[in-house]
Design a protein around this ligand. Sequence first.
Ligand SMILES: NC(=O)c1ccc[n+]([C@@H]2O[C@H](COP(=O)([O-])OP(=O)(O)OC[C@H]3O[C@@H](n4cnc5c(N)ncnc54)[C@H](O)[C@@H]3O)[C@@H](O)[C@H]2O)c1
Ligand SMILES: [Zn+2]
Ligand SMILES: [Zn+2]
Length: 382
Amino acid sequence: MNYRGPYRVRADRNMPMPRIEHSGDAIVRVTRSCICGSDLHLYHGMVPDTRIGTTFGHEFIGVVEEVGPDVTNLKVGDNVLVPFNIACGECVFCEQQLFGNCHESNPEATAVGGIFGYSHTAGGYDGGQAEYVRVPYADVGPLVIPEDMDHDDAVLLTDVVPTGYQAAEMAGIKPGDTVVVFGAGPIGIMAAKCAWLFGAGRVIVIDHLEYRLEFVKNYAQCEAYNFRSLEDPVLFIKKTTDWIGADVCIDAVGCEAAGSAFHTITGRKMMLQSGSAIALHWAINAVKKGGIVSIVGVYGPTGNIIPIGNVVNKGLTLSANQASVKRHLPKLIEHVRAGRIDPKAIVTHRVPLEEVADAYHIFSAKLDNCIKTILIPPSARK
Ligand SMILES: NC(=O)c1ccc[n+]([C@@H]2O[C@H](COP(=O)([O-])OP(=O)(O)OC[C@H]3O[C@@H](n4cnc5c(N)ncnc54)[C@H](O)[C@@H]3O)[C@@H](O)[C@H]2O)c1
Ligand SMILES: [Zn+2]
Ligand SMILES: [Zn+2]
């Protein structure tokens, strides 16, 4: 996959073959990769320093093709799932299992760590929407896929399931809580599903795409509402919670939220703020006083116009981060094994890697009832 500029990607047979650059690297032959809502922020030109000629893709699995001399946990031929975070495993943040905030893997930033295929603001690593990818710190992130695990489930454990799970975890859900999830994309769907694992008493999902609301209602056994028909989603949530507000709100939308002309014009069109923060705005105003807002939707490095005064006056705890995938994998694999989470059920499209340009267009424009797309390189189709 070769990024050519906003709304333009193509499949390119002349991309350079990745090589071992450090003794701890591995080269992985990709067997499946996904397109994520986060890739759309890149595709739409919202992320600074997204360079022409780079390859996206932070959700991928594959077969180890080659390892550097210092790699001890992997061997050639292993089937691995690779967390989207690139983490050294040894810095002060990795030691606290904050793998999304590694201090070594992204020399350009003091906030986020390295991420595969996510611009030079996340370290400038090429991603896995490709036939081969270089995986740095190969002893730290990759996990050998258990024999009994479906590979569609495995690729969804590189980001979607852990991120939805962490959104619910950061929300500090207590038994019986009313949880409102903004966004019915793959991340919101998983957050709603995982909210029950933490003991939620009521789960409400808000979006404006009917086909996704229909899906999440069945998949996560929750209530689902279209904000276009609610008039004011904040008022609706207050009304349905006896005017208390939700116990917790989860933002699984991020910087391309629809629903406010003001935010769309200033944030997405004129770029006077880093995208639209209207879903976060609703989350802050719809949560109860003393409540928790958990944010996994992505916002850019520059500022947003959000109701920060209300954060203070309501005494809110905001909880946000990139998911630290590796920390969640052991327990999530158990949930998948036990059938409590069925990740692959959200996959709607399986597309040959050569048709990556069409795949981006379909996912970005939300055509053909698309929820989650898996790209399959030629070698994995033989
Ligand atoms: N923190 C992390 O580790 C992490 C990991 C993966 C994805 N993300 C982010 O999570 C967000 C969701 O990812 P996704 O893959 O589900 O994306 P997606 O684009 O498939 O889904 C986003 C959904 O939000 C809906 N939406 C738009 N405006 C809304 C509003 N005002 N209120 C409610 N819903 C609204 C859209 O209709 C869409 O269904 C993105 O911002 C993505 O970058 C974060
Ligand atoms: Zn992702
Ligand atoms: Zn680190």
